[in-house]
Ligand binder design. Structure first.
Ligand SMILES: Cc1ncc(COP(=O)(O)O)c(C=O)c1O
Length: 422
């Protein structure tokens, strides 16, 4: 389609004083639905609010069925879901875990919390996902697991991950926090590796405000999951028997109630997100210098579009830096962000490397997070990457059009905007 050169485009960008391209709010998220309210009331009336509640079991069964696995253990959030999964898999202090540097800190804190070493694998510029070609170079005798992160709701190439994991005897823990309902070659993420972890935090495609889950097809791993989030109890043990190490990381029945009613809407909402993401991708062919990350990559049979990722080319915007472009877009009323910074550059990762038990181990293995550099993730985070959120994709097509209209308007005035920041 062709973007109208409306009068708004002809005016000065808002950052230079003119009116905004967009003043109306985007689609709201999350939205309370009557079916959630009914289920919450049912739980409240039942008096079964916490541990042992049939509503928690109902949710776990329904979510396991949705993902296509035998077992699901719910828990407090997507971060602790990873801790639970690592514990269930028998990961020990000092073990190395391969993962992506382009992710939320919640992928890394469990690794550090377990006293393990995150080993980063640079991302691919076409996907912003861990680059399968770079994984094997990071494997050594300490490597015990790999956490592919399905960032933005786009599955990592799981054929490659499984092949490498098999060769090196690694546990595969899929971080599906952003990928509810996404599929790799017809299989839902969370059912492909040994374990899958999910987040139901407010912004996610499925939300109970906070919440998480671990999925698996292994009975043995499911027992470990049960113990790790349930004070170390084993499924058939006595109440005051605490066989394994675990703490209380349980979901409440009220959160389960909110989630039960959502499962049947996830596919429908993802389909709407896909329709709008595809529309946006087609329109962006008209904006020289903004490249959306593929909406239909090979092997991905369903994309959850938790985010739409873009690459920005400042040379097509008179050298305007990505951050200044984003400031100008935000001043136009567009909801767009720069996204993550390389996770190994975070202060908490540097501080972790100073902890007395981990410092000598990192030194011995030649790992220094402070001087670490991975070129692709640094270029994407520092200069090229940007994103919009899933909820924007639930709005009408006109919302996608206003986004492109805003991009074109800022592009037209890029020189003036740049001067403002020089
Ligand atoms: C990729 C990824 N992993 C893990 C998490 C952690 O989930 P939570 O916020 O529920 O702890 C998130 C949440 O934003 C995430 O995006």
């Amino acid at each position: 389609m062709s973007i109208s050169t409306s009068s708004a485009i002809e005016q000065q960008p808002a950052i230079l004083g003119g009116p905004k391209v967009r003043t109306e709010p985007y689609a709201e998220w999350p939205v309370a639905q009557p079916y959630m309210m009914d289920k919450i009331k049912e739980v409240m009336d039942s008096g079964e609010w916490g541990v042992g509640s049939p509503y928690i079991e109902e949710f776990e069964k329904a979510f396991a069925q949705f993902i296509g696995v035998e077992y699901c253990g719910s828990c407090v959030n997507g971060t602790e879901a990873i801790t639970v999964a690592l514990r269930a898999a028998g990961i020990q202090q000092g073990d190395e875990i391969l993962t992506s540097p382009y992710t939320f800190i919640g992928t890394i804190t469990p690794i550090m919390g377990m006293g393990c070493v995150p080993r980063f694998v640079d991302i691919h510029e076409d996907t912003f996902l861990m680059d399968p070609d770079k994984i094997e170079a990071e494997i050594n005798e300490h490597t015990k697991a790999i956490i592919p992160v399905h960032i933005a709701g786009c599955p990592v190439n799981m054929d490659r991950i499984l092949e490498i994991a098999k060769k090196h005897n690694l546990v595969v823990l899929e971080d599906c926090a952003q990928a509810h309902g996404a599929e790799w070659k017809g299989k839902r993420v969370g059912s492909i590796g040994d374990l899958g972890t999910f987040s139901f935090q407010t912004s996610k495609n499925m939300s109970s405000g906070e919440g998480g889950a671990v999925t698996t097809n292994s009975l043995e791993l499911s027992r470990g999951v049960f113990a790790a989030k349930n004070c170390g109890r084993v499924p058939d043990g006595v109440w005051y028997g605490h066989e394994l190490y675990g703490t209380n990381l349980r979901l409440s029945a009220i959160q389960a109630a909110i989630l039960i009613g959502q499962i049947c809407f996830v596919d429908e909402q993802n389909a709407k997100r896909h329709e709008n993401a595809t529309y946006l991708e087609s329109m962006l062919s008209e904006v020289d210098g903004i490249q959306p990350i593929a909406v239909n990559p090979e092997g991905v049979t369903k994309h959850a579009h938790h985010l739409v990722l873009f690459r920005y080319d400042s040379s097509k915007f008179e050298g305007l830096h990505r951050n200044h472009f984003l400031e100008a877009c935000q001043a136009e009323g567009l909801d767009i962000d720069e996204g993550y910074v390389p996770i190994y550059s975070q202060g908490c990762v540097h501080r972790y490397s100073e902890w007395p038990f981990i410092k000598p181990l990192l030194e011995k293995r030649g790992i220094d997070f402070k001087s670490m550099h991975f070129p692709v993730v640094e270029r994407i985070c520092g200069e090229e990457g940007m994103w919009i959120h899933q909820s924007l994709l639930l709005g009408p097509k006109a919302d996608m059009e206003s986004l492109v209209e805003g991009f074109l308007k800022v592009q037209k005035h890029a020189g003036e905007v740049k001067k403002k920041f020089d």
